[in-house]
Design a protein. Structure first.
Length: 202
């Protein structure tokens, strides 16, 4: 999912709507269930909303991360209980937060933070519509992502490949080649190609 600074107004507005809708669903769910020995006792409304939350959970998590917000906390179990320290994804573990003694309000806090980022970015997302450099950058992004798209298609972990050192180098080359090609084309149109060739020859 594209970072919040790389999207246009319509996508920005859509993400705000989806995040607000998801936040309301989370609030509705926890308002309609009780916990007995850490297991949720869900009424009919909670069961219905739980299904909706599960369907959009992964996309919502991606939207939050694309806003520069990481919905993860480090959980340290009580000494009396024992266990190991672990990172808890607040979105993917919405229905298990009670096992970690986490207040559901912490989930909505992350959602509110992401909503705030997108709301603050609305004006700039409108300006991008008329910015030609945005579309050039978008095209370069597409070209640079082609190798990783193919990696994902054949079954490898695309995210892991992109974040690796080799992946970053390949992505950098993906950006560099079109820029150099465009620069050479412009120089050729302006008639500087022959001059450059002579300078290289010397």
């Amino acid at each position: 999912m594209r970072y919040y600074t790389k999207i246009l107004y319509w996508e920005n507005a859509r993400r705000i709507r989806e995040l607000i809708k998801f936040r309301d669903q989370v609030v509705t769910y926890f308002n309609n269930c009780e916990f007995d020995r850490l297991e949720p006792l869900e009424n009919e409304e909670a069961v219905k909303v739980r299904s909706a939350i599960n369907r959009s959970m992964v996309e919502i998590r991606d939207m939050i991360i694309a806003a520069g917000v990481l919905p993860i906390i480090t959980y340290t179990p009580p000494r009396t209980v024992g266990g190991y320290i672990q990172n808890i994804d607040m979105i993917l573990n919405i229905f298990h937060v009670q096992h970690y003694d986490i207040n559901p309000k912490e989930i909505t806090d992350y959602l509110e933070k992401a909503i705030g980022v997108y709301e603050k970015s609305q004006r700039r997302s409108k300006i991008r519509i008329f910015n030609p450099f945005f579309y050039i950058g978008f095209l370069l992004d597409l070209i640079a992502e082609i190798p990783f798209f193919l990696v994902g298609k054949i079954g490898f972990n695309r995210t892991k490949a992109e974040s690796s050192v080799i992946g970053r180098i390949i992505k950098g080359i993906g950006y560099l080649i079109p820029v150099l090609a465009a620069a050479l084309t412009i120089l050729d149109i302006l008639g500087y190609t022959e001059i450059i060739k002579r300078l290289i020859g010397k």
